[in-house]
Write a protein that binds this ligand. Sequence first.
Ligand SMILES: NC(=O)c1ccc[n+]([C@@H]2O[C@H](COP(=O)([O-])OP(=O)(O)OC[C@H]3O[C@@H](n4cnc5c(N)ncnc54)[C@H](OP(=O)(O)O)[C@@H]3O)[C@@H](O)[C@H]2O)c1
Length: 332
Amino acid sequence: MSSKKLIVILGATGNQGGSVAETFLREPEWRVRAVTRNPLGSKAQALAARGADVVKADLDDPSSLSSAFEDAHAIFAVSDFWGLFGDPASQAKAEAAAQPLNIWAANHETQQLKDVIDAAAKIPSLERFVLSSLSDATKWSGGKYSHVYHFDSKANGETYGRENHPELWAKTSIFQAGYFLSNFVSNPITLPRKNTSGVAQFIGGLDPDVELPFIAAEEDTGPIVRALVLEPATKEVIGYRARITLRGLIETFSQVTGMKAEAVVLPKGESVVPFPPELQRELDDNWAYWKEFGYYGSDPAIVDPQDLEHAPKLNSVADYFRKQDWSKILGS
Ligand SMILES: NC(=O)c1ccc[n+]([C@@H]2O[C@H](COP(=O)([O-])OP(=O)(O)OC[C@H]3O[C@@H](n4cnc5c(N)ncnc54)[C@H](OP(=O)(O)O)[C@@H]3O)[C@@H](O)[C@H]2O)c1
């Protein structure tokens, strides 16, 4: 039997979990068990080639989670609202439940998190549980913004764990991922678009003067989660590499690329592509919640990555933008 500690990583083929896997594969004291639904997929195979033990499990199959968590000293748990929302199979399930798709996805995500938490609570070897969560927009806005489903769904999972599994919660730390910088590189809704004058436009409902925590989730999650695993539990961290406004971000983009760029703010109710009404409502509430209450409400428990004992050294937003091939996104 190995004397190394074992971290089990959900979402290991994705942005956040992939970064956690990358970090812990470099830790000599740790071995990595990477969880995926598809162990033969290229990302899973690449993890196996790097020394991870790749196992098959599904958030929709609680018994597979129990097997995947066996003997774990640490677990990193992440759920995927947008994966559920975008899965063609979800539409029929939402219709059967007579719910708009985003509300169904949120309820389903919360159930997945409850199952993950129940399974983790039964692992006697477990020393640290790190949950990727987001703020409870309904609670922190005093009920004003009650449609930010993909935030509340994770917060509801977190609340379930806190209320029902005090022993597990004494070993738990919370990681809230900031707004992904990759939204400007690979998300068709938030990609910058070049107008006829050659100006790169960042178009959306987000107020450009609201300061937000921005993270390169695929790079920064691992170093932040490493700190949460090594330090005493019950920390709650907002994961980010820079607190900056969208306007500041666009200035950085211009400095790095030499391109003219601007923010274009769409009025409430509008998006770059037409959305189903309930999703538009969710996004409108999302932008308004951030503007009025901040990304994580006024949650006093939240600390910054630099306040951790093992504060990670992260790259800058300029570093991130410098690395991207903008010609692929904006043309030459
Ligand atoms: N975009 C943003 O700005 C932002 C900010 C904060 C938080 N978030 C949240 O980040 C979450 C997504 O995280 P991410 O970007 O790290 O993931 P991602 O890159 O989109 O990948 C999704 C991961 O989840 C795994 N997964 C999905 N469904 C699963 C299931 N049923 N069973 C087991 N594994 C499953 C996938 O594994 P396999 O496919 O290999 O099974 C994959 O590793 C979303 O919930 C979103 O709300 C996003």
